[in-house]
Design a protein around this ligand. Sequence first.
Ligand SMILES: Cc1cc2nc3c(=O)[nH]c(=O)nc-3n(C[C@H](O)[C@H](O)[C@H](O)COP(=O)(O)OP(=O)(O)OC[C@H]3O[C@@H](n4cnc5c(N)ncnc54)[C@H](O)[C@@H]3O)c2cc1C
Ligand code: SF4
Length: 498
Amino acid sequence: MGKPTGFMEYERAEAEHRPADERIRDYYDFTLPTDVEVIIRQSARCMDCGVPFCHAGVAFKDGVIGCPLGNLIPEINDLVYRKDIEGAYERLTMTHPFPEFTSRVCPALCEGSCTLGEHELPVTVKNIERYIVDYMLEGGRIRPRAPRTHTGRRVAVVGSGPSGLACADMLNRLGNDVTVFERADRPGGLLTYGIPNMKLEKSIVEDRIRIMAEENVTFVLNTEVGMDMPVIRLLGEFDAVVLCCGAGNERKLDAAGVGLKGVYTAMQYLSASAKRLLGNASREDALIDAKGKRVVVVGGGDTGTDCVATAIRQGATGIAQLEILPCPPESREEDNPWPLWPRAQKTDYGIEEAIALYREDPRRYLTTVREIKGSKGRVASVVAVRVEWVADRGHQAPVPVDGTETEFQADMVITAMGFTGPERALIDQLQLEVDARGCVAADRSDYKSSLPTVFAAGDMRSGPSLVVRAIDEGRRAAISCDRYLNEEKNGKIANLIA
Ligand SMILES: Cc1cc2nc3c(=O)[nH]c(=O)nc-3n(C[C@H](O)[C@H](O)[C@H](O)COP(=O)(O)OP(=O)(O)OC[C@H]3O[C@@H](n4cnc5c(N)ncnc54)[C@H](O)[C@@H]3O)c2cc1C
Ligand code: SF4
């Protein structure tokens, strides 16, 4: 513990953001670097409380307590307080391969469980993590570390999102020969083609891929396993396969008019925007543009907010965001006590920007779409209706309230209503067992699917989740896969001896 009285002396200092009216003019990161002296004082607020829930990462009731990766947060804070930033990075990367991603996009589950947070504002764990990794990146201090051992075994990882990257990284460190197959033209999964540049600049993802490639991980792009690469060939050529294909099936809006021109899903919209920024947009992608348009975003979650922020940067003239759920409470309620993750309303970056630009909060709670109206085949307006949540056979269900309709003029509608689960093609080809949500059935104890040499991790196994959880799953699946291959080898040797 750096400073025993730090938590009494220093207030929490949030990471600072560029002013909303300035940052909406570009797609660069909206978070400003934090001064080292501020970071040291913030690390001094860590109480070394004895039972650091922040790094527990355990499921409790209907939530999770702390960082899923089990980052050694009090130890890291102590090293930062002592100005040993490289030591802090070493400690951080004992449990976490890619802090440059989470320090930008993680909701900071750790902070929701910080003991100081029971009575005061929690330690700024995420921003301290960001300082550490940015210090290492800026000084060119993160260097490739190729594995020292080689098992001679070949493992294929399908999908290069955070779970696939974490899995490949760990398998490689354990001495396996790893090939990552990716359907897209660039690796990174939703880190590249989902999360917008202002939250996670793509150069950060590219730098990590370059380091991994230098560490001997092979990336094969533009290759959809099951289409361009037959699964039979994959199973034959590799000793094991880890599926990390995400949960890309978007929830569909069930309303008249969804087929009109100008209606897009969040992923169509965000990936087109990302491709335009990266300079590899198709002609169709280039046409998906909110410039000069009135936009309605259906869905009030984080993806919806990313769509709002992107539409603002493209030059939308007005935005409404419809959310079917009620507005969350301002702070955690009695049934959601510390150290659980607090369920409370937040005004995220895109909403802040919309309020700054249009002088109005775009969010409309307890509201859904009744109909999308068109003119000459293009979207013209959205008829929204208020809902009431009523008990229906043991569940709460939204029921539209007649007479509460509002019509929003719209030239573009983006549906950001979440994801229902993984795509089925590859799962069906492999005839894998799935769970009730359609995710690959694989237990968290070993990540093994119903096929002996096939493992699954990330959103494809867990359902739509978070980057930090995908990284955790990828690492654990890699360790399980490696253990399985070791046992196989030892079994074969034992059989030979017998
Ligand atoms: C718009 C958006 C914003 C988000 N923002 C955040 C955030 O700020 N913070 C956060 O923590 N989480 C965020 N999330 C969630 C987070 O991105 C996901 O939970 C995480 O990326 C899941 O990782 P994954 O590796 O399991 O899958 P993905 O990232 O989805 O990667 C799967 C990869 O598999 C590839 N693939 C699929 N099938 C095949 C095949 N047959 N052959 C080859 N490749 C294949 C896909 O092309 C893709 O690249 C966001 C999600 C979205 C959609
Ligand atoms: S990865 Fe996320 S939850 Fe874990 S320590 Fe970092 S910010 Fe906290």
